[in-house]
Design a protein around this ligand. Structure first.
Ligand SMILES: Cc1ncc(COP(=O)(O)O)c(C=O)c1O
Length: 415
């Protein structure tokens, strides 16, 4: 950490309290600038096609909302057991069995206020400063972010559109060394939507079996958002010999349109779950009681709307991909799940906008889309993948058609 000279007096004494050096790992980025600009334009009344948000545009289903309301009326407004209510842990246990063929005992399950903080708590439990974590990229920023937060070192393994944004077993093997403490998997992926087939997970599992000192954290938040005949698999079920060192992270945010209820959960070996509970005990005060009751209803109630939601995302994926096929300089794969597209945009680099600005990189292109065309997307730099951008397709068909039309026009207008 470098000290700002203004906080050192003539005798070299520090004259104001310092922030943790960990914060230096989180540098303000072009992305923050783009979001600020998007907010300014929105507030000024511009008609933006906003593809930046990573949450379902569906409302939480009524029966789940009712369960939350009922819980409040019944007085479920206090602390619960730190690691989750017995009712919710039971529902999670049933869910893992029903959906994933995974058997977890209740003390192998933990609930938290969303999957995102759970990732940080999990790495706090697994890592010592300097430990390395293999992170396939493009990646969701909070994956390396959670590693950085606790002093770990993310080791990125890159895969581009030509390999459908999926790492190979050889790449994984090459990335694992003596300092590797954990590997993250995320399928279907935020930001690419790519998902590993069972045979692909099997091949990665074969590599991981050879490295017994490595934890595996699989982020399965998009499990239920898969398209066509794609069948979701998770590594602890594909290779039961890895179950004792795998943390299977999931939640209700994406599948059940419950981002604001803040319920995530995980299944894993007891010593890891007990370790996370120990971290919880000094930093966290149980998840909201009424949200846990709503999550019980989500997991135990009707599930018939899940394929309907997935079908809606699939239709939007196809509308967007068909539209973007007319955009010179862009290339898009056809993701198997989640609600994102991750188009390659290097074909527009070096071209000039009508205002005479040269597009030097994806950030420039994204800024041009925002400022001159009213389209909000996120540059690949945010996901350790320069040369791409992420667009969320969890928007109405109208917004999608309008925004995709603008992107195509923007690409055609570049010289
Ligand atoms: C891959 C992935 N994991 C976890 C989360 C966060 O989930 P939660 O809302 O449960 O914190 C997100 C949200 O964007 C995500 O994309």
């Amino acid at each position: 950490m470098t000290l700002n000279p203004s906080v050192i007096d003539d005798d070299n004494q520090i004259v104001e309290p310092q922030l943790s050096g960990i914060l230096d790992r989180f540098t303000p980025s072009a992305i923050a600038r783009i979001f600020d600009q998007a907010v300014r334009l929105k507030e000024a009344g511009h008609d933006l096609a906003d593809f930046s948000t990573g949450e379902p545009d569906f409302d939480t289903p009524d029966h789940i909302k009712e369960a939350g309301k009922k819980a409040i009326d019944a007085g479920d407004t206090k602390y619960t057991a730190l690691v989750g209510t017995s009712a919710l842990k039971g529902a999670i246990q049933n869910k893992f069995k029903r959906d994933n063929d995974l058997d977890y005992t209740l003390d192998e399950i933990i609930v938290s206020s969303g999957a995102k903080p759970l990732l940080a708590y999990a790495f706090m439990t697994m890592l010592d400063p300097g430990d390395e974590v293999v992170v396939p990229a493009p990646c969701w920023p909070s994956h390396p972010g959670a590693v950085n937060l606790v002093g770990g070192t993310p080791v990125f393994v890159h895969s581009g559109i030509e390999q459908d944004f999926k790492i190979t077993p050889a790449q994984l093997e090459a990335a694992i060394g003596p300092k590797t403490k954990a590997v993250i998997l995320c399928s279907p992926s935020n930001p690419t939507g790519s998902a590993y087939r069972q045979d692909e997970i099997r091949a990665l599992a074969d590599v991981l079996l050879r490295h017994e000192h490595v934890w595996i954290l699989t982020d399965d938040l998009y499990e239920h958002i898969v398209f066509g005949n794609f069948s979701f698999s998770t590594i602890a079920a594909v290779e039961p010999r890895l179950k004792d060192r795998t943390l299977t992270v999931n939640g209700v945010s994406k599948a059940y349109a419950m981002t604001g209820w803040r319920i995530g959960f995980a299944g894993g070996p007891k010593r890891l779950i007990s370790g996370i509970a120990k971290v919880f005990s000094q930093s966290f005060g149980s998840s909201p009681a009424m949200s846990q009751a709503a999550a019980v209803e989500a997991l135990e109630g009707r599930q018939d709307f899940l394929p309907e939601y997935a079908k809606a995302y699939e239709r939007r994926r196809d509308i967007a991909i068909d539209g973007l096929a007319d955009a010179p300089g862009l290339k898009c794969n056809r993701p198997e799940g989640a609600f994102y597209l991750f188009p390659w945009c290097e074909g527009v680099i070096g071209k000039n906008t009508q205002k005479g600005k040269t597009i030097e990189n994806a950030v420039d292109f994204v800024e041009h889309l925002l400022e001159d065309w009213g389209v909000v997307v996120v540059p690949g730099e945010a996901f350790e993948a320069p040369g791409y951008f992420r667009m969320s397709i969890a928007v109405s068909d109208d917004t999608l058609r309008k925004g995709v039309g603008r992107i195509v026009d923007a690409c055609k207008a570049l010289q």
